[in-house]
Design a binder for this molecule. Sequence first.
Ligand code: HEM
Length: 168
Amino acid sequence: MVRRAGGFIPATTLNLLAAAWIQFQIHDWFQHESYQSDEFYDIQLPPGDEWPHGKMLLPCTKPDETLEPSDINCPGYKNTNTAWWDGSQIYGSSEATTESQRTKDPDGKLLLTQRGKGVFLPHDDSGNPKTGFSDNWWTGMEMLHTLFAMEHNAICDMLRAAYPVWTG
Ligand code: HEM
């Protein structure tokens, strides 16, 4: 909260970086498991709505089948991301994902590619960014994931300078 002599000054605008930041954090904490293809909510559209194909289908979240019904008073759902505040949107929720992003160099860096003056996340053969969690992608995610990978690598350089014998 910013206070000045004249009192509290409210923010009158909020730009898209705020939305990107919150979404980025959500992607660290959770992604509830959905049914793969067969179960959808059919959201009613008002007459004349221009939503493509005339139907808005929302994938149903899949209840956790490992729970014993007598143990629960309301449905439970599985999280496919680690629930910890551990940067899993950057590093992945499995060792295999983390490994696939490492340069394998002795400095412990993440893969980034240089194009001209720009630094970019690498992409897989389908064009998806290689990062810990790449669902629901847009420019905001591209910016924050790239920034954090660059920050990771900058910290690697600082640690290398301070501790030359450390392994990656
Ligand atoms: C262009 C921006 C965004 C896109 C394309 C997007 C897309 C999606 C999609 C496709 C889902 C999954 C729905 C499902 O599995 O049924 C989702 C879930 C969710 N999104 Fe977003 N989203 C965006 C921005 C945001 C922002 C800005 C926030 C928060 C401020 C947010 C919060 C959430 C939350 C809380 C969930 C539920 C996660 C879960 O329970 O698994 N999203 N989003």
